[in-house]
Design a protein around this ligand. Structure first.
Ligand code: CAA
Length: 382
């Protein structure tokens, strides 16, 4: 067992950190305030850093790094700006990875390559107004007419929605399947497909510069060959995709927590009250001690989940544990960081209030933490 990262991982961390410091940190507060997605800073330049295809083979436009590298990249970006972190995460593990894992050669060549090269952005359309935690309750339909699938329905709360050119989305292809999840199939939908449009843009508590939109399919037509995987296999594709995606969200939560902890520590070292540094008060020291310990524990879980992916070991339970724990501690650490800064923590002159707002979503999306407990529980007792 080795707790030391390789030289390559450390170099990657440094290059993402340098970029974040130079381009992302200075613009994060303004993008948050204006709920503005800046594609150049938050995506195009990540392609130049070879991050958009980080886990995919070179022949599909990627750089063939491992999942741990992806996790480190999302962690470092999220430390600076959680919206940028989730842009890369949703693009990689939700929009691109299902095509890598379940696509045929033609689909990988046509869709995965531009995604990995960062020429196009990806997203996943799973959630519907009436099918959130119950992902198997998908109501949107796909019907085969000649050589085309005709898609109807809507998907909501879609991260990267409206920006993505390639959408992987789930539709019901069999209303009478013996189990409801067996009637669901996955499709690749290009944003210029006839009948595809983008609906409501969500006005959110946090991750405000990450676009969250509704995807609308109104007799949307895609070629027959855009079916991803086998017909009826969509639910399993979604679950497998989310197993990997949850590690990305765990890394995002870890980065947010690390960022808030560093802000609190730096502030506490400089802040004097009662004639001394507030770090001399145990009330503050204990908060910092608990933050540091919980962040270390979360990092172990997140990196262990990535290790399992890279080693070809099962990771459903490990991903759920990492996502649940890292997001819970991100919420706690950011709230305590605001407390350490006191009144200054509550105003926008410091980034910790943004980090606290950003942390909340990590307990909700890619499966609420209650759903993570369902996943962990069912894997323990089986
Ligand atoms: N990998 C492969 N197969 C899996 C699987 C996995 N991780 N999990 C379940 N399956 C299979 C089961 O083996 C079962 O197969 P069989 O029928 O062949 O036995 C089948 O799928 C159905 O499994 P369940 O009976 O357990 O399914 P369920 O309907 O009870 O649902 C659930 C299980 C865990 C609650 C699931 O619905 C779930 O994860 N819900 C949460 C959905 C979610 O995370 N949504 C997030 C949306 S994406 C998002 O948030 C993106 C963003 O903005 C960033």
């Amino acid at each position: 067992m080795d707790f030391k990262l390789s030289r390559e991982h450390e170099m990657l961390r440094k290059s993402v950190r340098d970029y974040a410091k130079k381009e992302i940190v200075p613009t994060a507060a303004e993008r948050d305030e204006e709920a503005k997605f800046d594609r150049e800073t938050m995506f195009d330049k990540l392609a130049e850093l070879e991050l958009t295809g980080i886990i995919f083979p070179e022949k599909y436009g990627g750089v063939e790094s491992d999942y741990l590298s992806y996790v480190i990249a999302v962690e470092e970006l999220s430390k600076a700006c959680a919206s940028t972190g989730v842009t890369l995460s949703a693009h990689t593990s939700l929009g691109s990875n299902p095509i890598y894992l379940f696509g045929n050669e033609e689909q990988k060549e046509k869709f995965l390559k531009p995604l990995a090269e960062g020429k196009k952005m990806g997203c996943l359309g799973l959630t519907e107004p009436e099918a959130g935690s119950d992902a198997g309750g998908t109501q949107a339909t796909a019907k085969l007419e000649g050589d085309e699938w005709v898609l109807n329905g809507s998907k909501n709360f879609i991260t990267n929605g409206g920006e993505a050119e390639i959408n992987v989305a789930l539709f019901r292809t069999d209303e009478n399947a013996e189990k409801k999840h067996k009637g669901i199939s996955a499709f690749i939908v290009e944003s210029d497909a006839p009948g595809f449009s983008v609906g409501k843009k969500e006005d959110k508590l946090g991750i405000k510069s990450s676009p969250t939109r509704e995807l609308v399919f109104n007799n949307c037509r895609v070629p027959r060959e855009n079916l991803l995987g086998e017909q009826g296999e969509g639910f399993k594709i979604a679950m497998k995709t989310l197993d990997g995606g949850r590690i990305g969200i765990a890394a995002q939560a870890l980065g947010i927590a690390q960022g808030a902890y560093e802000e609190a520590l730096n502030y506490a070292k400089k802040r004097k009250q009662f004639g001394t540094s507030i770090t001399n008060f145990q009330a503050v020291q204990f908060k910092l001690a608990d933050m540091a310990t919980q962040i270390d524990a979360a990092r172990m879980l997140v990196y262990r989940a990535a290790f399992n992916v890279d080693s070809g070991m099962p990771y459903t339970k490990e991903a759920a544990m990492a996502k649940m724990y890292a997001s819970d501690i991100a919420m706690w650490v950011t709230t305590e960081a605001v407390q350490v800064l006191g009144g200054y923590g509550y105003v926008k002159d410091y980034p910790v209030e943004r980090m606290m707002r950003d942390a909340k979503i990590t307990q909700i999306y890619e499966g609420t933490n209650e759903i993570q407990r369902v996943v962990i529980g069912s894997n323990i007792i089986k």
